[in-house]
Design a protein around this ligand. Structure first.
Ligand SMILES: [Zn+2]
Length: 486
């Protein structure tokens, strides 16, 4: 897919508003999103159909040249084939005219992108996790979304309504004046609009090409190090020595009791069962909605708190240093996962990245994943080999500094900003000092797969045989010359 390139001095930005559709509009929204899913499934079936056909023909011994041709998955090809099929295909013939063509285009474009991603991943041209072949989207699970790229897409002059093709004029739940003002001033152009159902309500997000507005920060000369944690969400130490702590709101923990109660109610009602075709009862539907509401509220509270935190930081400091946390890895730890997911470490990093980009003369420094922010003494620079998580107070053996663990880490991160701007400019990539400590398992590589516990022999209780037993590596003593990192 070709990416849209904004003209110089402009950026592509999203403006998102909650909608208040009436009953008829809600039905139309659902119909459009369902149509997008149906078109996606049609495209997946149409393309993969030729794969299966070829595979079958090969088993009959048909020579390569006479096999059924591969079907293309480019968007124009899919659109052409779909437009020929929609009038005659019994899956679409009766109702395809009910929805905007943009609904079907959404599904076909998504399918085309999915096949592209799959092919690129297979060829090793795509970063990230291996992609599987596109699969059908389920009516039960698929996210309701539909994107409009052509036709009447606008914010109405009163700032309280938006107009979309075929759906007509919908009332917004919140004033859309921010976007309206820019459109009227001629500094913004709407490129597309996407409607989406999320957390029990409808949203529209406009993709807008808008003039880049660069604002200054309050203290451009000051750097801040942010240490993220579960006990205290963020400990911030700036280069002037000021310490601020942001408590962890623990939105999920607060409602866990309520959630347990709601879930118990749901499980005592007659729920759906796909094996027997059992339909959920009205009481189950009601209880399930009540439970979902709790989850939605938690998500809303978390989103609000994170935005407030990251905006406050990004508008104040010139340089922000954060750790490169392996949030995905931490989520695999069943003892930590809930707390880490509730805190939203990954989201903080993502928001800081784009919020600093929007501002003038700010920079986000991401410390190397193996930068030992907690283990360095912020007073003298000595590095400890080990510092277990339960040790909350850092005591330096060399200079006698006694400091809270998180504050120490935040100081070290803030100091990294100065080192980075004067040094090579690559954060945490200072191979000046030899690797002074290498505690057990802390090699500079993220494990892709968790090593199996020593239950390979199938012995109950995880007992280890004598030859499997390993001696614990002791805490190593450091050489004095290696202690000076900078
Ligand atoms: Zn020290």
């Amino acid at each position: 897919m070709k990416r849209f390139k904004p003209q110089p001095g402009f950026v592509v930005q999203a403006f998102r508003f909650a909608l208040d559709p009436n009953a008829g509009q809600e039905a139309a929204l659902r119909s459009h999103c369902g149509a997008a899913r149906a078109a996606y499934n049609w495209a997946v079936g149409w393309v993969t159909g030729s794969w299966w056909q070829r595979a079958a023909e090969e088993t009959y011994g048909i020579p390569q040249a006479q096999l059924t041709a591969w079907r293309p998955w480019s968007l124009p090809a899919l659109r052409k084939a779909f437009n020929e099929a929609k009038r005659t295909d019994p899956r679409f013939a009766a109702w395809w005219e009910d929805n905007s063509k943009e609904a079907y285009n959404t599904g076909l474009a998504n399918a085309s992108a999915a096949f592209d991603n799959y092919a690129k991943s297979q060829q090793g041209k795509r970063r990230g996790k291996r992609m599987g072949a596109p699969r059908f989207k389920s009516k039960r699970k698929a996210r309701l979304a539909c994107r409009f790229t052509t036709g009447a897409i606008r914010v109405e002059g009163d700032g309280r309504h938006v107009t979309l093709p075929r759906l007509g004029t919908l009332r917004t739940h919140e004033p859309a004046v921010k976007l309206l003002g820019r459109v009227q001033a001629g500094t913004a152009r709407v490129l597309s609009a996407t409607v989406r159902h999320e957390r029990g309500r409808w949203f529209v997000s406009f993709q807008v090409e808008t003039a880049r507005e660069i604002t200054k920060v309050a203290r451009p000369g000051v750097a801040v190090g942010i240490d993220l944690g579960v006990i205290t969400l963020a400990v911030m130490a700036d280069s002037t020595g000021e310490i601020r702590a942001v408590p962890n709101p623990r939105h999920l923990d607060v409602v866990l009791r309520q959630l347990r109660h709601a879930s118990r109610t749901v499980s005592r009602r007659q729920g759906p069962d796909r094996r027997t075709g059992q339909k959920p009862s009205r009481r189950w539907e009601k209880a399930n909605t009540a439970r979902n509401k709790v989850h939605h509220r938690v998500a809303n509270l978390r989103e609000d708190a994170l935005h407030k935190l990251t905006t406050a930081v990004a508008t104040e400091y010139g340089t922000i240093v954060v750790e490169d946390l392996n949030a995905a890895g931490m989520l695999k730890n069943r003892r930590l996962a809930r707390q880490v997911a509730d805190a939203g470490f990954g989201e903080i990093r993502r928001q800081l990245a784009y919020k600093t980009r929007q501002r003038h003369a700010t920079c986000l420094v991401v410390a190397d994943r193996w930068f030992p922010s907690s283990k360095i003494c912020s007073g003298c620079g000595a590095v400890r080999a080990k510092l277990p998580l339960h040790v909350r107070i850092y005591r330096c053996d060399l200079c006698g500094l006694v400091i809270h663990r998180d504050v120490n880490a935040a100081h070290n991160l803030a100091a990294l900003a100065a080192a980075c701007t004067t040094g090579t400019g690559v954060a945490g990539d200072q191979d000046t000092a030899p690797v002074v400590s290498k505690p057990r398992g802390a090699n500079r590589k993220t494990r892709a797969i968790r090593p199996r516990r020593t239950t390979g022999t199938g012995r109950a209780g995880g007992a280890t045989l004598p030859h499997q037993r390993r001696t614990e590596t002791r805490d190593r003593h450091q050489d004095t010359e290696a202690l000076t990192l900078w």
